[in-house]
Write a protein that binds this ligand. Structure first.
Ligand code: SF4
Ligand code: SF4
Length: 96
């Protein structure tokens, strides 16, 4: 790997995640809306690479989310639903 490239998933190892149960995921997407999406902005905008297209369907992994809120802004078709994480769950920043 080139020095200039950043391995996002490796960098996320410096944060601590207290994962809530899937039925309490703080972000959900509507895959049926995603299949009609004209831009798929979420894939480029999410700093934690939580959005991935697999077999033509958008998949979302909430466990690595750094809670920046960007996906809620860039998802103009309205697939993303964002809830505040429950108390004591979610990301904990160890540095800065
Ligand atoms: S931007 Fe929103 S609607 Fe488009 S693919 Fe991403 S989550 Fe789905
Ligand atoms: S809140 Fe930020 S880190 Fe979490 S899924 Fe959305 S864009 Fe990615």
């Amino acid at each position: 790997m080139q020095d200039s490239l950043v391995n996002v998933k490796a960098r996320l190892g410096s944060t601590k995640f207290i994962t809530d149960a899937e039925e309490h995921a703080h972000i959900t997407i509507d895959e049926d809306i995603c299949v009609t999406c004209p831009h798929e902005n979420c894939m480029n905008a999410c700093p934690a690479q939580c959005f991935e297209k697999i077999d033509g369907r958008m998949k979302f992994t909430y466990e690595d989310c750094v809670e920046c809120g960007t996906c809620d802004i860039v998802c103009t078709p309205g697939s993303v639903t964002w809830y505040n994480p429950r108390g004591n769950f979610g990301v904990n920043y160890r540095y800065g």
